[in-house]
Design a protein around this ligand. Structure first.
Ligand code: BES
Ligand code: MN
Ligand code: ZN
Length: 521
């Protein structure tokens, strides 16, 4: 991985292969750095701007040789779009585009000034680091011929900051490196084919990674799951020859700030053929990525441990394939879930909610969490509703939903809320069992999926993230190379930190603090 450090001296004076400077669209007066660089280059930047050859549009990148007029061999001008709409996400994207250009020109090192002078140096430094590392990612495990010099041609990047921002920038650098590394781990798991990334392999990866960090791991096998009564999960697994696992990770720091753990649950469906309700062949290969929710919770708990956050976290990953066979679930079958509710399986392709049902109620009953976040490539309907620009947010707690939405905005992993009105629950009532696994009416597929999950969380504050539309991209975006995105690691790691620092209003800690305040008043 590219080595990243901070630079607190003048970036214009630093010897490097390329100096990255930002340009705004419709900018009247250039930044002091651009002005100084322009002066050194004899007014070339101003000329190019005047001619419309340089516009500062988001995504624009221009590489100018400096011919020895600056210590940097090249100047890389990165468009940031309009100044008034600048966000950390603009910096993440611009840094991604810049890193891709550096890589294509075989430039081994660079200095970036994109986070210099920022009002939020921690967030912006983190964004620059993430944009760089995540854009350079390539999945080449199965290529006989790798790209020359391996996947990370950019060897080092120095992020310019000023003395007063140095501490915050250092925090941002560490966060950026940590969440990127674990996002890449999640991407790898999602990009591996399903004959490699099996439940067994994912359990092994989770065990190896967890042990390095003092996280405890359990991986329950089928016999154990049957005995414990996770019949909805076991039912989905019945059709497959790959053994299923329920992977449970627990990170318990010495002095956690939360007295009850935060629970993460991630759909780890290693291949979704649909089962007896078989999917069409077209694009079915993408269903190797149906474990992206599990990969996200794994990447998140690893990040929490790497960062040493004082938060007690439990992650549960129900891992199985969904395959057709003589032993597979059939439409009309009824299973009794871990919490005792009976489920009529109308469509065997609505399998994610079945395995999550057991994982949720098992996690809640076993660990009594303060709150639960589940993440899943649950419904094609969320692709229709929100496309690739936002994940679906649903749940039973308005504050948790709103804080998740806000954190999505801050981290660039954006989501948008959908309602869970009482009336939607009518659509999943069954004639023969307590509930059915698909809506009876059609329509609102993402919502009926979440309504189903609601039956397995009871009163615990809960938020459900449907990432079916955002987990992978079919063409490359600035810091998202084509393939699995590793969606959710960044969002959830930041959200857990935020929830630890500011407990939910309804939680026992917040109540106790409220009571103390009231007494003092
Ligand atoms: N894994 C799919 C959802 C999915 C679709 C993920 C497209 C990524 C891209 C899920 O298991 C599924 O098949 N859902 C069905 C539910 C339906 C049968 C109620 C769907 O969305 O069609
Ligand atoms: Mn399915
Ligand atoms: Zn699925």
């Amino acid at each position: 991985m590219t080595k990243i450090d901070l630079l607190t001296t003048d970036p214009l004076k630093k010897k490097t292969s390329a100096l990255i400077l930002g340009l705004f669209e419709d900018e009247k007066t250039p930044s002091p750095l651009v002005k100084a660089a322009d002066l050194a280059l004899g007014g070339e930047i101003a000329r190019m701007r005047k001619n419309g050859e340089l516009r500062g549009k988001a995504g624009e990148t221009t590489l100018l040789p400096t011919y020895g007029r600056l210590p940097a061999r090249y100047l890389l001008l990165a468009g940031l779009g309009k100044a008034e709409s600048l966000t950390s996400e603009s910096l993440r994207k611009a840094s991604g585009s810049a890193a891709s250009l550096l890589r294509s020109r075989n430039l081994p090192d660079a200095v970036t000034a994109l986070a210099l002078g920022s009002a939020d140096p921690a967030a912006d430094t983190e964004a620059v680091v993430e944009g760089t590392l995540l854009s350079l990612y390539r999945f080449e495990n199965y290529k006989s011929e790798k790209a020359p010099e391996g996947p990370y041609l950019l060897k080092s990047l120095s992020v310019a900051t000023d003395r007063k921002s140095e501490k915050a920038a250092e925090t941002g650098r560490i966060w950026g490196e940590t969440v990127s590394r674990n996002t890449i781990l999640a991407r790898d798991l999602g990009n591996h084919p399903a004959n490699v990334a099996t439940p067994t392999m994912i359990a092994k990866t989770a065990e190896d990674e967890a042990r390095k960090r003092g996280i405890t791991v359990l991986a329950y096998d089928r016999e154990k799951l049957e005995r414990m009564g996770l019949n909805a999960l076991v039912g989905v697994a019945k059709g497959s020859d790959e053994p299923a696992r329920l992977i449970v990770l627990e990170y318990r720091p010495e002095k956690p700030v939360n007295d009850r753990p935060f629970l993460l649950v991630g759909k780890t469906l290693t291949f979704d053929s649909g089962g007896i309700s078989l999917k069409p062949a077209d694009k079915m290969e993408l269903m190797k990525g149906d474990m992206s929710g599990g990969a996200a919770v794994l990447g998140t708990i690893l990040s929490v441990a790497d960062l040493g956050l004082p938060v007690h976290v439990v992650a549960v990953m129900p891992a199985t394939e969904n395959m057709p066979s003589g032993r597979a679930n059939k439409p009309g079958d009824v299973v009794t879930a871990y919490n005792g509710k009976t489920i009529e399986i109308i469509n065997t392709d609505a399998e994610g909610r079945l395995i999550l049902a057991d994982a949720l109620s098992f996690g809640i009953r076993t660990y009594h969490p303060a709150l639960v976040i589940d993440v899943a490539t649950l419904t094609g309907a969320v692709v229709v509703a929100l496309g690739g620009q936002a994940l679906g947010i649903l749940g039973n707690n308005e504050e948790l939903i709103e804080r998740t939405r806000k954190m999505g905005e801050e981290t660039g992993e954006r989501g948008w809320p959908l309602p869970l009105f009482e009336e939607y629950f009518e659509q999943i009532k069954s004639d023969v069992a307590d509930i059915r696994n698909t809506g009876s009416k059609g329509g609102a597929g993402t919502i009926t999926g979440a309504a189903f999950l609601h039956h397995f969380v009871d009163e615990t504050p809960w938020v459900h993230l449907d990432i079916a539309g955002t987990a992978w991209v079919d063409s490359s975006e600035p810091y998202k190379p084509k393939g699995n995105v590793g969606m959710g690691v960044r969002l959830m790691t930041h959200l857990l930190k935020d929830l630890a620092e500011h407990p939910l209003a309804g939680s026992s800690k917040a109540k106790a603090a409220g009571a103390r305040k009231a007494r003092r008043a």
